[in-house]
Design a protein around this ligand. Structure first.
Ligand SMILES: Nc1ncnc2c1ncn2[C@@H]1O[C@H](COP(=O)(O)OP(=O)(O)OP(=O)(O)O)[C@@H](O)[C@H]1O
Length: 463
């Protein structure tokens, strides 16, 4: 049992009972916290977040069961998975059952039989363990790309459907899209759904290493091949044998290495630095870049033959601003995820105003920026269960459409037509979000016919 599930808050106004329960529960290895009235119980719960509670309903000041019932709501709002065992007086069975329906784990009638109490708590602890295990597995699945791809906007679903179809075919895949749009997560998904899923998924960022280090990292090296090569290095191609090699930021690869990579892909062999003999490998390549590779081919900074070799099937990921309707669900997902990083943070939701601010923002850093913003907001909310506008960073408190109107000349490289297009796109996205994706309503709000709006959605690829 983990640390937090091993602590229990005993709420009872009778100090004699609290002492007795403490002795019994400590003998079970539980860390016991105590409270004799509603307010200290609430404060202790919020500060210490025990995962088990033994709650006597009759508490001061009124001595009526409603005091305990109100506390149950507080506990569950702050920690929906807390296991609260209600202690009810005789004749309160109906109320106790109601409380179980409202989320209490179980109830025990007074006078409490210690054996019954211990049996109920043992069950609650087993349940907590199971829930922890499920969460752990979910996290692990998310990390391997089997889960965690959230979104239902048309642009996102189209990319996902290409990925699903591309995955089983043993062809190279190129994932393109702006920074932070989820390229690595898609690469993992392709691997996880391929026939190589039992094999390794090995990732390398081609832009993060110097060319010589990248060469030996990819292809391996022999002992003594260069200063510091004190032993043979296998290289990532060999590590990924039987699996997938993810070449992130492939557009950053310098020309000499492009030649070596092409040779490896064409021959299915790699030549470790300093070695005389190549090594055979069986690797599927998934690459990603935020750079315009086609344009780079035209300007001869990316080899055309390599481009066609790695392109296989291309998956283009939409920017967050084009994922109409996905923002709220992604923001909530990142808020939930951030709870693991912020001690004491309970379930937190976005206020309407805060969500509107998010919807007004351009998100140049895409999902990665949204993720950071939600982590920051959770910290700023300091335990409050709702994110307010004031918890957001200053950049978000200025709306995108306001910024576009106030400073239309900021980006001098844009033509008037492009600026109008940008503003139009922003207004359409906002109207759709405000109308929960209802196009007729959004069209009305924008002063367009429904068909007029549909034409614009097509034109901007927002359908
Ligand atoms: N559809 C999605 N649902 C939930 N989370 C997502 C989704 N797509 C991406 N993420 C999360 O967003 C963050 C950025 O994703 P990722 O690192 O895959 O982007 P990237 O395009 O590879 O970025 P870069 O180009 O900067 O390397 C990660 O935390 C990732 O888990």
């Amino acid at each position: 049992m983990n640390r937090s599930s091993a602590s229990i808050l005993v709420v009872d106004d009778d100090a004699g009972f609290r002492r007795a329960w403490r002795t019994l529960l400590e003998a079970e290895g539980l860390v016991v916290l105590e409270a004799g009235a509603a307010e200290p119980a609430r404060a202790t719960f919020l500060a210490k977040r025990p995962r088990l509670v033994l709650l006597d309903l009759m508490l001061p000041p009124s001595g009526l069961p409603k005091e305990g019932a109100a506390l149950l709501d507080v506990f569950l709002a702050a920690e929906p998975r807390v296991k609260v065992v209600v202690v009810s007086g005789t004749g309160e069975t109906q109320l106790a059952l109601d409380l179980v329906r409202r989320g209490a784990y179980d109830f025990i009638e007074k006078p409490v039989d210690p054996d019954v109490l211990l049996a109920v708590l043992a069950r609650a602890r087993a349940r907590l363990d199971l829930e922890d295990r499920v969460t752990e597995l979910e996290d692990r699945l998310a990390a391997t790309g089997e889960a965690g791809l959230l979104g239902s906007s048309p642009a996102f679903l189209e990319a996902l459907s290409i990925a699903e179809r591309a995955a089983p075919a043993d062809l190279p895949v190129l994932v393109t899209g702006a920074s932070g749009t989820g390229k690595e997560l898609f690469a993992r998904r392709v691997h996880a759904r391929s026939r190589r899923r039992e094999g390794p998924f090995v990732a390398v960022n081609c832009g993060a290493l110097t060319p010589s280090l990248l060469e030996s990292t990819l292809f391996g090296h022999k002992k003594g091949a260069f200063t510091g090569a004190i032993a043979d290095g296998r290289g990532l191609f060999v590590e990924a044998d039987g699996g997938t090699l993810f070449l992130d930021e492939i557009g950053d690869l310098e020309l000499a290495l492009q030649v070596k990579l092409l040779r490896a892909l064409e021959s299915g062999e790699v030549l470790p630095v300093g070695a005389g003999k190549p090594v055979r490998v069986d690797v599927r390549i998934v690459s990603a870049t935020h750079r315009p590779l086609e344009q780079m081919v035209r300007s001869s900074t990316f080899r055309e033959d390599l481009y066609w070799r790695i392109r296989g099937i291309e998956i283009t990921l939409p920017s967050l601003v084009d994922r109409t309707g996905d923002l709220a669900v992604l923001a909530q997902h990142f808020l939930n995820e951030a709870r693991a990083l912020v001690p004491g943070a309970g379930p937190t939701t976005l206020s309407k105003e805060a969500l509107r601010r998010l919807e007004d923002h351009d998100w140049p850093g895409n999902l990665r920026e949204l993720r950071h913003e939600m982590q920051r907001a959770l910290v700023m909310a300091a335990g409050r269960s709702e994110i307010l506008e004031a918890d957001l960073s200053p950049a978000l408190r200025r709306s995108r459409s306001a910024a576009a109107v106030e400073a239309p000349a900021e980006d001098t490289s844009l033509t008037l037509e492009q600026k109008i297009e940008r503003l139009e796109r922003a207004e359409i996205t906002r109207a759709l979000a405000e109308c929960q994706g209802n196009r007729s309503q959004a069209a009305q709000r924008l002063g367009l016919s429904r068909q007029g709006l549909l034409n614009k959605l097509d034109r901007y690829g927002l359908r």
